[in-house]
Design a protein around this ligand. Structure first.
Ligand SMILES: [Zn+2]
Length: 292
C-alpha cells in the first residue's frame, strides 16, 4: 500500500498537536463530502482523489459517528447554528453527497435510515430524469427517487445543470447553471432550494469570480455554497464558500475520527499552496488566469 502523506501527517503530527497544543475554541461544524457509495474500483486513482466509498466502509463511518455521539444536522440547520440563530450543539455533523448518484438511494440511504441520520444531496439536474440517466459512468437518481427521499427527510441542493467548470463559462451561462437547476429542483420538490455545491475544485484564489458568484447565488435565493476547500465550517466561514471534509472508502476510522475532530483542517494550507502553484503555472503558460 503506498504511503499516504496526508493521512500520515494527520494521524502522527497534526491531530496530536491539535489535541495538546492548539486547542481552539468556538463552534466547529464538520461538513463531510461524499460522492458515490459503491464497490466500484478506483484502482489507479490516488486515494486522495477517489470519490467512491464502499457500502461496508460507509456503514463503518456511520457506526463511528453514532459511537462518538455525533448527530447529523441538515445543512439548513447547520447554517443556523453557524449564524448563531440556533443553539450550536457540539458533535453535530452535516453529511453531503455530490452528483446525485442512484447508489445514494440504494446503498447510503438504508444505512442513514437505520441510524436516523439525514443528509443533503446535490443534484446535477441534466442527469436527473424520469428514468435513471448516467453521469461519470454511474447511474443517477430519478425525480421519483428524489421525491421519495425528500419525504424520508433528506434535503436537496443544486450542483448546477451540467456539472460545468463554472469559472471557465461566459457569465450568462454561469447564471443559467445557477438559476435553472434551482428552479427545476423546486418545481419537482415543491420547496425552496437554499444550498449550492460548487462542481470541481473551488477557485478560491479567483476572488473576483468568487465574490461575483456569491452575489449571484444570494440574489437567486440560495443561502449557502459548499465547496471543495478543505476544513471545518465555523462562525467565521463565508456562507458562500463553506469548506468541507472530503471522505471516501480509504478513510479508515482513525482518519475519519481525526477529520471530525478538526485534525485534517491543516490540509487547507497545502491545498491553497497547490492552487497558487497551479495558477502561477497557468499564468506562465500564457493563459489568462482571470478567464472571462
Ligand atoms: Zn460534482
Amino acid at each position: 500500500m503506498p504511503v499516504r502523506l496526508d493521512r500520515l501527517l494527520t494521524l502522527w503530527l497534526f491531530q496530536p498537536l491539535r489535541r495538546s497544543v492548539w486547542k481552539t475554541g468556538g463552534f466547529r461544524l464538520p461538513v463531510l463530502m461524499y460522492h458515490s457509495v459503491s464497490d466500484e474500483s478506483e484502482a489507479g486513482v490516488p486515494p486522495y482523489y477517489r470519490t467512491s466509498t464502499s457500502p461496508r466502509a460507509f456503514a463503518g463511518h456511520m457506526a463511528l459517528l453514532r459511537a462518538h455521539g455525533f448527530q447529523t444536522v441538515s445543512l439548513k440547520t447547520g447554517l443556523r447554528m453557524l449564524r448563531g440563530e440556533d443553539a450550536a450543539r457540539e458533535k453535530s455533523v452535516v453529511l453531503t453527497f455530490d452528483d446525485g448518484f442512484r447508489d445514494f438511494r440504494t446503498a447510503a440511504f438504508p444505512v442513514l435510515r437505520q441510524y436516523g441520520f439525514n443528509a443533503t444531496v446535490f443534484l446535477t439536474t441534466a442527469f436527473v430524469g424520469q428514468k435513471p440517466d448516467r453521469f461519470k459512468m454511474r447511474e443517477c437518481l430519478t425525480w421519483g427517487d428524489v421525491r421519495e427521499l425528500q419525504q424520508a427527510g433528506m434535503e436537496f441542493g443544486s450542483h448546477t445543470v451540467n456539472h460545468s467548470m463554472l469559472v471557465d463559462l461566459a457569465w450568462k451561462d454561469v447564471e443559467k447553471e445557477v438559476r435553472v437547476s434551482k428552479a427545476e429542483i423546486e418545481q419537482h420538490l415543491g420547496e425552496r432550494v437554499i444550498s449550492f455545491a460548487y462542481p470541481y475544485a473551488f477557485p478560491s484564489l479567483r476572488t473576483d469570480f468568487v465574490g461575483r458568484l456569491g452575489r449571484l447565488l444570494r440574489e437567486t435565493g440560495y443561502e449557502c455554497c459548499v465547496t471543495t476547500d478543505i476544513g471545518s465550517a465555523s462562525a467565521a466561514s463565508d456562507a458562500f464558500a463553506i469548506p468541507r471534509l472530503p471522505v471516501n472508502g480509504d478513510d479508515d476510522v482513525n482518519l475519519l475520527e481525526a477529520k471530525l475532530d478538526g485534525g485534517y483542517d491543516w490540509m487547507a494550507a497545502p491545498q491553497r499552496l497547490f492552487k497558487t502553484l497551479k495558477q502561477w503555472r497557468r499564468f506562465r503558460g500564457g493563459i489568462n488566469p482571470s478567464g472571462n
